[in-house]
Write a protein of this length. Structure first.
Length: 258
């Protein structure tokens, strides 16, 4: 039920959904409340424009990534690096039969680099599937094969393909970590996702070092940002809003710890 509600919340948190809803209400009121209909139509356009411009999108993403602490020790050799799923495009992967990635692909790339450079003895890939079909793509399984193709020995790769969200990433990872007796750990995930992920791991008694990647907020001065609406900026705004809302939900449910 929580997973279903989370998807509904994702839809409701999208500025495009807000604009479409405003326009739909405006259309329904066009004959009975003409003035209100016009106001709602304009408001829908303002919402869509505001979240589609770079200053707003970058401001939201900077706020989202502000809590991403980096505690990675470059000179250390970790027992394991924990790579959280979320960088794979399951639908495209199923369609093409080869790994297809999204903007968070840097998670697995950085994990691979750490293994190759000897900064971690093993990797734990944590990522399942929201698709209930038996033949659905499981991200951990795909990334296992990808790392093997890149030359990482099978014995250095541990997978966990049951988790469907960040809370379950932490719970399932904790079970494996305890069983294997790993002590020094490094958590790798996107910068925007790191505060919530670190909080979830802390809630299950784990405080690994942190290596945020996939940083999307730029340091471009406001005067040099574009005020023209762009779909990329709208996507960035939507991602930031969803992550910020996710933190609130996880905090209310007691799934994160300071």
């Amino acid at each position: 039920m929580f997973l279903f509600l989370s998807k509904v919340l994702d839809l409701l948190l999208a500025p495009l959904s807000w604009a479409l809803l405003l326009w739909l209400v405006a259309w329904a009121l066009r004959r009975r409340r003409e003035r209100l209909s016009r106001v709602l139509s304009v408001l829908g356009g303002v919402v869509l424009y505001a979240f589609s411009i770079e200053p707003v999108a970058m401001g939201l993403m900077r706020a989202t990534e502000a809590g991403a602490v980096r505690s990675f020790q470059p000179g250390a050799t970790y027992d394991a690096v924990i790579v959280l799923g979320g960088g794979l495009d399951p639908a495209a992967t199923e369609r093409t039969g080869v790994p297809e990635y999204n903007a968070a692909a840097e998670r697995v790339l950085r994990g691979f680099e750490l293994l190759r450079e000897g900064r971690a003895r093993q990797v734990l890939i944590s990522g399942g599937s929201l698709d209930p079909r038996p033949e659905a793509v499981v991200e951990a399984d795909v990334l296992l094969r990808q790392l093997q193709q890149w030359g990482i020995p099978r014995e250095r790769i541990v997978t966990e393909g049951r988790s469907r969200n960040t809370r379950e990433n932490a719970v399932e990872s904790a079970r494996i970590i305890q069983a294997r007796g790993w002590k020094s750990l490094l958590l790798v995930t996107s910068a925007a996702h790191m505060p919530r992920a670190a909080g979830c791991f802390a809630a299950v008694g784990l405080r690994p070092d942190l290596l945020p990647v996939d940083s999307r907020a730029s340091n471009t001065p406001l005067r040099r940002m574009s005020w023209l609406p762009r779909s990329g900026a709208l996507n960035l705004s939507t991602d930031a809003l969803r992550e910020l809302a996710g933190r609130v939900v996880y905090r209310v449910r007691g799934w994160t710890a300071p």
